[in-house]
Design a protein around this ligand. Structure first.
Ligand code: COA
Ligand code: AMP
Length: 660
């Protein structure tokens, strides 16, 4: 198809969304078809596919078995960190979800109950998600790199009846003992789940707490031996499928709610329209099931489409080398690969000439999709040259569940512009706004907002926090969803995403709140005040950097306190925060009204041009910050230069949109 494939689809979804999404919904097997494609009177901005009844596990698994795909691999598990591989066919996946569904029922789980899944990248984790969907339980997967306190806060918010976990995760250089982290989290949490089911991995077995913990394998054997299994239960299209917590602007994570019907319809459309993937093909999203990319494109979208999904428990480098991704593509005939730019940067760093790429047969690969953080044009161009396939950057958020903007491979690729995340996907009506909520001209930077209603697949609300949903996303620009991303649109309608307008940073494609980190720093007994900023990092895109002012009278060496602070963030938030830079300073730069000038500090650290803020209380403090950064080996920029035209005013990065 040509460009008109995109324009026609986009225009159809804009002019008659009910007809467009009503047609897309025909790809789903409904128990009862929706009464109404969209009801604007329900929820905060309307609800999709009202009155429809369907089951996600049926659509992702059983229906493919019924249609003759039983022997096709559903999951190809590839684990270089444990040296193992396993194929799970659709028929096996159906049997396993039936059995695990029965195990969960035995533990008292009914439709609407929550189940927390705290697991590494093993097939049982995917089976767990699907088994929950099968019986109508709402799962909440927590990423393994988070610390006990983060798990505890999610347990308290979701209030699960059961936690599914494993004895350990396997990182290239160590085993991560999950069970002690779970035990600590449960000791911290106010909520008490009735039971935990633990998958014992041979690399490191865990001790089970009598009366509370159950051995996964024993429960499974018992259920399987008794021939027990459950059928898929009918779910309302607007019933929640899962809760996925993501960083908010404070330490308290936001529970993004995903519905049943809209999510299936949007994902199914995206597989062919955006990714150009067909049933039967192999789709590999090299992410983790703990993130939204993993939920949508390791688990649900490929399986809803009847594709084979790859579940990769390894890294882009070091397991064993920078050719790992290309080995997997060759071994499994991957058609479409999706990963985060940081993974490619890691590969490029170790194999800049792409020597290892040449050693593999990549003829099955049609496209590489990138998301999760800004893709720097150098990396996009490098990957395109070395792989010889289109490299498509696309932009989305945990909240949206699928891409807001991209380059639609299935409808016909538009010109790939490195640095751009493509055009809005059907259903997303995007405006770039200034602080007053007025649209800005093409090429000008502003806050990116999506006109309500959001398309199917996007969050209807936050878990049991309807008011927080409205306040966080809908209040600032009436009639819009605020993405909290800043960027601009060029004359061809392509979007450029330049940074967040809030305190979220992106570390190796992982979304983290600097506000949350500041809460941890401030809890150290010797810290009077603090500021955490994200500073540029060649590999991870951004890494956090914390500044602390010590309380007067503290006479211990600052270096010791800095070390304690680094350890504290690892303990409270987790290794995933990659918090390694803590710097004690005499004072923090502030405005006359006492606001810490984090944006200027970031520019100094990144050596990007910055202006002396007119409202600064004492300009000398910025020189002190620059000096200390220089002393610690971090770049320090120059004052007095112009930072570029930021019409939005509150974008954090000093990008120059009008020059792009
Ligand atoms: N369970 C427990 N710990 C984990 C973990 C998990 N699932 N995932 C990561 N960690 C730990 C790592 O072991 C590391 O710990 P360390 O400080 O002891 O070394 C820390 O968290 C940071 O991990 P990571 O960000 O993965 O950094 P890394 O240096 O190990 O690897 C990359 C760097 C670029 C290879 C890696 O970040 C990567 O592959 N990123 C892709 C991200 C991605 O897919 N994002 C999803 C969005 S699409
Ligand atoms: P998450 O919710 O973890 O998926 O993170 C979402 C945030 O990551 C977005 O709000 C952006 O700030 C950033 N992001 C995701 N994809 C891209 C992209 N392709 N380009 C730039 N930033 C991105």
């Amino acid at each position: 198809m040509t460009r008109s494939g995109y324009s026609a689809a986009y225009d159809a979804a804009t002019s008659d969304p009910e007809s467009f999404w009503g047609k897309a919904a025909k790809a789903i097997d409904w128990i009862a078809p929706p009464r109404q494609v969209f009801d604007p009177a329900l929820g905060a901005y309307g609800r999709w596919f009202v009155g429809g009844l369907a089951n996600v596990c049926h659509n992702a698994v059983d229906r493919h078995v019924d249609a003759g795909r039983g022997l096709q691999p559903a999951i190809l598990y590839d684990s270089p960190v444990t040296g193992s591989q396993r194929t799970v066919t659709y028929a096996e996946l159906m049997a396993e979800t039936r059995t695990l569904g029965a195990m969960l029922r035995d533990l008292g789980i009914e439709k609407g109950d929550r189940v927390v899944i705290y697991m590494p990248m093993v097939p049982e984790a995917v089976i767990a998600m699907l088994a929950c969907a099968r019986i109508g339980a709402v799962h909440s997967v927590v990423f393994g790199g988070f610390a006990a306190a983060e798990l505890a806060s999610r347990i308290d918010d979701a209030q699960p009846k059961v936690v599914l976990s494993a004895s350990c995760g396997v990182e290239p250089t160590r085993f991560v003992a999950y069970k002690p982290l779970l035990d600590q989290a449960l000791a911290m949490a106010k909520h008490r789940p009735d039971a935990c089911v633990i998958l014992q991995r041979p690399q490191m077995e865990a001790e089970l707490v009598p009366g509370r913990d159950h051995d996964w394998a024993s429960l499974r054997e018992k259920a399987a031996a008794g021939g027990r299994g459950v059928d898929c239960v009918p779910m309302g299209a607007t019933d929640p499928l899962y809760i996925l917590y993501t960083s908010g602007t404070t330490g308290k994570p936001k529970g993004v709610v995903r519905d049943t019907g809209g999510y299936m319809v949007a994902l199914r459309w995206s597989m062919e329209g955006l990714y150009g993937a067909k049933p039967g093909e192999v789709f590999w999203s090299a992410s983790d099931i703990g993130w939204v990319v993993g939920h949508s494109y390791i688990v649900y979208a490929p399986l809803l489409t009847g594709c084979t999904t790859v579940l990769y428990e390894g890294k882009p480098v070091g397991t064993p080398d920078a050719g790992a991704f290309w080995r997997v593509v060759e071994d499994y005939n991957v058609s479409v690969l999706f990963t985060a730019p940081t993974a490619l940067r890691a590969i490029k760093k170790e194999d800049p000439r792409g020597r290892l790429i040449g050693g593999y047969d990549l003829s099955s690969l049609r496209a590489l999709f990138l998301a999760g953080e800004r893709a720097d044009p150098d990396t996009v161009i490098w990957a395109g040259e070395k792989l010889g396939v289109p490299v498509v950057d696309h932009w989305w958020q945990t909240e949206t569940g699928w891409a807001i903007a991209g380059n639609p491979m299935g409808l016909g690729l538009l010109p790939v512009k490195p640095g751009s995340t493509g055009v809005p996907m059907p259903g997303y009506r995007i405006d770039i706004l200034d602080e007053g909520g007025h649209e800005v001209a093409d090429g000008k930077m502003g806050s990116i907002a999506i006109k309500l209603p959001l398309p199917p697949g996007c969050l209807p609300t936050l878990w049991r926090q309807d008011q927080r949903f409205v306040e966080s996303y809908l209040a600032e620009f009436p009639g819009y969803y605020k993405t909290a991303d800043a960027g601009f649109r060029d004359a061809d309608g392509q979007l450029f995403i330049m940074g967040r307008t809030d305190d979220i940073i992106n570390v190796a494609g992982h979304r983290l709140s600097t506000g949350g980190m500041e809460e941890v720093l401030a809890s150290h007994p010797d810290v009077a005040e603090c500021a955490v900023i994200g500073v540029q990092d060649e590999l991870k895109g951004e890494v956090p950097c914390g500044f602390v002012v010590l309380k007067s009278g503290v006479d211990r060496p600052p270096a010791a306190i800095e070390g304690e602070i680094v350890a504290l963030v690892r303990e409270r938030i987790g290794p995933v925060a990659a918090f390694r830079i803590a710097i004690a300073v005499a004072r923090l730069p502030k405005t006359r009204s006492g606001k810490i000038l984090r944006g200027t500090m970031k520019k100094i650290a990144d050596a990007t041009p910055w202006n002396m803020p007119a409202t600064i209380d004492d300009p000398a403090v910025l020189d002190e910050i620059a000096a200390v950064l220089k002393q610690r080996g971090h770049a320090a920029g120059q004052t007095g230069s112009h930072a570029g035209g930021q019409a939005g005013g509150h974008a954090k990065r000093g990008a120059k949109p009008s020059a792009a």
